[in-house]
Design a binder for this molecule. Structure first.
Ligand code: GLA
Length: 733
């Protein structure tokens, strides 16, 4: 067994030469293998992606698998979808690529495999990259495209990667939605034709569809069983995922930048790097693939992915634009008294000539409104210090309003089509700054840099982006390069993020974009978390957070306790339920504490203290989704298990309420069957402890039977309501 394991490891890292020209390339992670065929002078093909192969299976593979082109190009395979389509300088629309070399190297603790391709006739090159880590079951793949032709080459289609998926009963899981309804999960069988998942917003790319998908290979997807491939495009801009199913044995999956209105003119020797596609595979169902993504994200992708997050109060739903010194001080005092660790002042604090009273002015003028805050940010920082908490602040750096000093001084800095009146966004005056322009990049960097230079104690930035690209026009790019606008905007955005991270590595930064518009792995290397949605309604959040958890770990999902009735759905959900939902993500509050009763404050104080005791399990543990809210069984349930399996937190939320309804008893997952766990309820409101409180059960029992959970709370008559929820901590004995 041991020898076999060692041999596998060796094979994983090596290229296997099979025959004179055939060269097998095996890209490995601890549990998975991607096998390619890259014979020099021959075609680049993919043989296999799935569970880790033994040496024997690897060597037999050439004979047993139908190879698919690993990066299909246009011109001599016209009827099918392709990854890459170009127009050469001489007008030729075709490509024919052959392998010219394979290289293996390491980068830190990551392994890189690079398969180099060249056109048979033209000096046109594509390097296909595969990057793996010894501690994560994710393969990152992307391409670098360049040429040495005399005239520029136009890239008309430029996917990051292609993956053939063997037909059968394959189901796609993907997320879609809209503002206040992000991350809605859809699961459907793949059928013949083209499935296209795309974004054309220009700025934010996850309000509607998401750039991440899962393929369940064994029929209708299950959370904890079955083979599942996950794919996440790591890009902040417009994207397109295509799944073509035509007359052969495969579904053909392509993922990359959306090429619509983005044809790219590539100069000689310029390198065009496509964004990474992160691939994962698990035979432990959808949750297994999620765990792979989460682990990879925490270890390699997300800013500060292994550092537990602070519990915060954000001012937005509490006071909206009504910011003032005493109000902020009161909110800081309140969150500190409930055990919170950070206060974030949201929109409404800035503007001199044009003070920000509502959303129709001032973006771009990042100076304190001295009428609202006479003691300035210094005063707020002093208040935070007095209350023993940290301070954070909201900005929207990529944007301006036409009513702003910035726009008056730099009208040429905004996106605007020549000859056209500018189309305006939020508040009837919002415009997007032209991040293709290096001067604008400096300005946007300066928004954060100036704040941090003047007030180094600022601990947290909420970076918002509340507008789409409504005007196709860069006043900086040449008239021939206007189709580079979307790509250059996101290159500019990334450059700014890199500069901020280089100078402020410890700063916590939230990606907000009218709620969940920037939940993607393109931004997460620079951001610690994202705001899942502007919708804080606990019941709807169960659905949104469920979908979002397919790809993103709880540590990145900001989830806040807010007021009742809820400000978006106007639903009145009891505080216990609001707490129990918020506690399944990165817990925070978004409420006016001075409107809360003492009893409510005590409940929150208790919840914050209890969250601190489970924070590392939720934020760093492994997710096991148990009963989906989308299955309409009247209940939703999931759990997080610590990596050592010595602790776990179980969540149970009733999602429907009918008299004499029968809810399923929920079996747990992910525990060690041989360990004994003591059960302890958190956030208890019941008059009596639950029957199983303090009892010890084996992991085997809990996973086979679960616990019988009462459908209603045992509370005084006047407190009865139609919601019930439960959070249980399991501690190894
Ligand atoms: C966006 C954000 C909110 C809030 C407002 C402020 O809508 O998603 O959380 O910050 O902007 O204007």
């Amino acid at each position: 067994m041991k020898v076999k394991k060692r041999l596998n490891l060796l094979l994983g890292a090596l290229l296997l030469s099979v025959g004179a020209t055939a060269q097998q390339v095996c890209v490995s992670t601890p549990q998975t293998s991607l096998v390619l065929s890259a014979p020099v002078g021959g075609e680049f093909k993919q043989l296999y992606y799935g569970t880790k192969l033994t040496a024997a299976d690897l060597s037999a593979l050439d004979a047993t698998e139908t190879a698919q082109n690993a990066y299909p190009v246009y011109g001599l395979t016209c009827p099918t979808e392709v990854a890459l389509a170009v127009k050469h300088g001489d007008g030729n629309m075709t490509l024919q690529m052959e392998v010219v070399g394979v290289e293996n190297r390491t980068e830190g603790n990551a392994s890189l495999t690079v398969v180099s391709l060249k056109d048979k006739i033209y000096p046109f090159f594509v390097d296909v990259y595969y990057k793996t880590y010894p501690d994560a079951d994710v393969i990152e793949t992307w391409t670098e495209i360049r040429h040495q032709e005399k005239k520029p080459v136009v890239l008309n289609q430029f996917s990051s990667a292609y993956l053939p998926i063997r037909r059968g009963n394959v189901w796609l899981s993907h997320l879609s939605g809209s503002w206040a309804n992000e991350g809605y999960l859809t699961q459907e069988a793949l059928t013949p034709g083209m499935q296209v998942i795309k974004n054309k917003d220009g700025v934010r790319n996850s309000h509607t569809d998401h750039a991440e998908v899962m393929f369940a290979l064994d029929g209708q997807p299950q959370e904890n069983t079955g083979r599942v491939i996950g794919a996440a495009l790591c890009y902040s801009g417009n994207y397109k995922l295509r799944i073509e199913t035509h007359d052969d044995e495969y579904h053909h999956f392509f993922a990359g930048i959306n090429e619509e209105n983005s044809a790219y003119t590539l100069k000689k020797d310029e390198v065009f790097r496509t964004p990474e596609l992160a691939l994962t595979y698990s035979d432990e169902g959808l949750s297994g693939s999620s765990r792979n993504f989460h682990r990879w994200a925490r270890l390699h992708k997300l800013a500060h992915g292994t550092t537990p997050r602070k519990i915060l109060l954000n001012s937005w739903e509490g006071v909206y634009f009504d910011i003032n010194q005493t109000g902020m001080d009161q909110m800081m005092a309140d969150i500190a008294s409930m055990g919170g660790e950070l206060f974030v002042m949201d929109d409404g604090w800035f503007g001199d000539k044009y003070p920000r009273k509502n959303d129709s002015s001032s973006l771009g003028d990042w100076v304190v409104d001295k009428n609202k805050l006479p003691n300035g940010i210094e005063g707020l920082l002093a208040d935070a210090k007095k209350h023993g908490i940290k301070f954070g602040i909201w900005v929207e750096p990529e944007m301006a309003n036409t009513t702003s000093e910035l726009f008056e001084q730099h009208p040429d800095w905004v996106l605007k089509a020549p000859q056209r009146d500018i189309v305006l966004g939020r508040g009837g005056t919002q415009v997007v700054l032209d991040l293709a322009n290096p001067a604008v990049q400096d300005f946007v960097f300066g928004v954060v840099d100036n704040l941090m230079t003047a007030y180094p104690e600022i601990d947290y930035i909420k970076w918002d982006a509340n507008m789409s690209t409504l005007n196709h026009g860069s006043q900086y790019l040449t008239k021939d390069n206007q189709s580079h606008l979307y790509i250059e905007f996101h290159r500019g955005f990334e450059k700014v993020c890199q500069r901020i991270r280089a100078k402020y590595p410890d700063l916590t930064i939230q990606a907000c974009a009218s709620g969940g518009g920037r939940a993607n792995y393109g931004v997460l290397p620079y951001f610690d978390e994202f705001w899942v949605s502007d919708n804080t309604d606990a019941l709807q959040r169960i659905y949104m957070q469920w979908g979002t958890s397919y790809f993103f770990p709880a540590i990145a999902m900001a989830s806040h306790i807010s007021a009742a009735p809820n400000h978006q759905t106007f639903r009145t959900v009891p505080l216990k339920y609001r707490i129990d939902v918020a506690m399944s993500g990165r817990l925070g509050m978004e409420i006016q504490p001075k409107n809360m009763t003492d009893e409510e404050k005590t409940l929150c104080k208790n919840a914050i203290a209890e969250y601190k005791s489970i924070r590392s399990i939720v934020q760093l543990g492994d997710i096991y989704r148990l009963v989906s809210p989308y299955d309409k069984q009247g209940v939703a349930s999931l759990m997080y298990v610590a990596p050592e399996k010595d602790k776990a937190v179980f969540y149970w939320w009733k999602t429907e309420h009918f008299c004499n309804q029968h809810l399923p008893r929920v079996k747990m997952a992910g525990l060690d069957p041989n360990k004994q766990y003591r059960v302890h309820e958190l956030n208890r409101i019941d008059n009596k402890p639950l029957n199983f409180e303090g009892k010890v059960y084996s992991g085997a029992y809990l996973m086979a039977n679960g616990l019988e959970i009462p459908y209603t709370h045992n509370v005084d008559y006047h407190k009865l309501n139609d919601y019930a929820s439960l959070v249980i901590l399991l501690n190894e004995e």
